[in-house]
Design a protein around this ligand. Structure first.
Ligand code: BTN
Length: 253
């Protein structure tokens, strides 16, 4: 068994051979007890994985990383939850970038992309205490050793950076715990400018013209930033417009 070199993230790992959703398992732990911050629930086979916007998350059993991390960012207001999305996205980037290189990107809000293909996704679900976050379940799905997909827009680590055998999943999880903790500690110690600057540096299609759709309208625009609540700022015909999570889709050119 490998232990990550961390203070708390991944010091306790709860392994389930199979489950519906590790996010649901983590939420149950929070509802029934006071789990240790940093606890990771991981499974080989997720039967009802959930994604953002009500999407499903599918992955071949035992070939990929499917896990949820329990955090307690009580220092964050509910309106500041996007800062956690940025820290988590960067933590994943920091582990994968040395393996994949500079074509790795984070597609707003937090999809892991290589060029125009998706390698992974993040689903963060919070419970609140007053105006602040009490608990966050950080669900992460990364395609690692799987090389055949039902969608042309999906990819994996093995597709992007092939190695003779398979990637070692526990070793990769351990490394992820380390880089996720570094970024989480940056957030907790108030280094928000660093996180935002680093996030924009790796943002998919940042400062490039692209086609978008919002509420049935199609337009071209250029991503020019993120506001303090995490909305995407897009410059359209010289005017900056802001979009929330469910208000905008990227179109392929
Ligand atoms: C997305 O791309 O929309 C987010 C996908 C998140 C998938 C992970 S896999 C582990 C955790 N459990 C879930 O049910 N979903 C997340």
């Amino acid at each position: 068994k490998i232990y990550p070199k961390t203070l708390f993230i991944g010091q306790i790992i709860q392994y389930l051979p199979s489950c519906q959703s590790t996010n649901d398992e983590a939420a149950t732990l929070i509802a029934q007890s006071t789990p240790n911050e940093g606890l990771v629930v991981i499974t080989d086979h997720q039967t009802a994985g959930r994604g953002q916007r009500g999407n499903q998350w599918e992955a071949k059993p035992s070939e990929n990383l499917t896990f949820s991390l329990i955090l307690s960012p009580s220092f964050l207001m509910a309106t500041d939850q996007f800062w956690l999305n940025m820290a988590i996205s960067l933590g994943i980037y920091d582990t994968l970038q040395p393996l994949i290189g500079h074509s790795l990107r984070i597609k707003w809000p937090n999809d892991v992309y290589v060029d125009d293909q998706k390698l992974g996704g993040i689903l963060i679900e919070n419970t609140l205490h007053g105006y602040n976050i009490a608990w966050s379940v950080v669900g992460i799905g990364l395609n690692v050793n799987q090389t055949e997909f039902g969608y042309a827009t999906a990819t994996s680590l093995q597709c992007q950076a092939p190695i003779p055998n398979a990637y070692d999943l526990p070793g990769l999880l351990s490394r992820l715990c380390e880089t996720l903790e570094q970024r989480y500690l940056q957030l907790r110690s108030g280094q928000r400018n660093t996180l935002k600057t680093n996030y924009l540096q790796i943002l998919y299609r940042y400062q490039e013209e692209h086609s978008f759709e919002s509420e049935g309208h199609y337009f071209r625009g250029t991503i020019c930033g993120i506001d303090s609540t995490g909305r995407l700022a897009i410059s359209v015909d010289g005017k900056v417009r802001y979009f929330g999570f469910k208000e905008i889709s990227f179109l392929f050119d």
